[in-house]
Design a protein around this ligand. Sequence first.
Ligand SMILES: Cc1cc2nc3c(=O)[nH]c(=O)nc-3n(C[C@H](O)[C@H](O)[C@H](O)COP(=O)(O)O)c2cc1C
Length: 176
Amino acid sequence: MSQLARLPDAAAPYGPVNVDAFRTIFRRHPARVTILTADDGTGPCAMTISSLISLSADPAMVGFSLSNASGSSKNILNAGRLAIHFLDAAHVDLARLCATPGADRFQDRTLWSRLPDGTPRFHDVGSWFSAEIAETLPLAGSIFVAARLVGGALEDGPAALLYASGSWHQLGEAIE
Ligand SMILES: Cc1cc2nc3c(=O)[nH]c(=O)nc-3n(C[C@H](O)[C@H](O)[C@H](O)COP(=O)(O)O)c2cc1C
């Protein structure tokens, strides 16, 4: 029997959402891992996220959620602009580093440089956007952000880095 089916309310077709069922569903909802970087004038910050979604292609806009529990959230919001890095499996150590609370993500000076607007960028990641925050929507415990893309580059590696069920994965083969 699956983990979800064992949850008491999981089989109920309607009714209040069971928080455990919600968490179980979203633990098994894989997403590509990205890193946000920004500098609000207090120094560079970087944060691993998996909540990035496409909102619109024209104008090019994305959305993501910033947890109030993440120390870097307020720096990204205060900066108002950011870089969004699309990670491959080869970047898993960087993803771990940028998800470690309080860790210095910028100690290795060879890994990053700055865009003309001052935003820090990890230059080993070939697919990235620079973006400006357009709208914010405060929610309980997090802020949903809509951002307008203003530049970037596309140079994808062979295997997108995914996160699901508490583990790192790489995108596998297509089902015929
Ligand atoms: C795979 C993965 C995805 C994450 N996705 C998000 C996210 O979408 N939004 C968010 O606020 N935090 C997310 N986090 C947590 C942040 O990376 C983490 O809280 C933050 O980097 C903590 O460090 P800080 O407090 O020094 O900022 C994610 C962590 C991991 C490992």
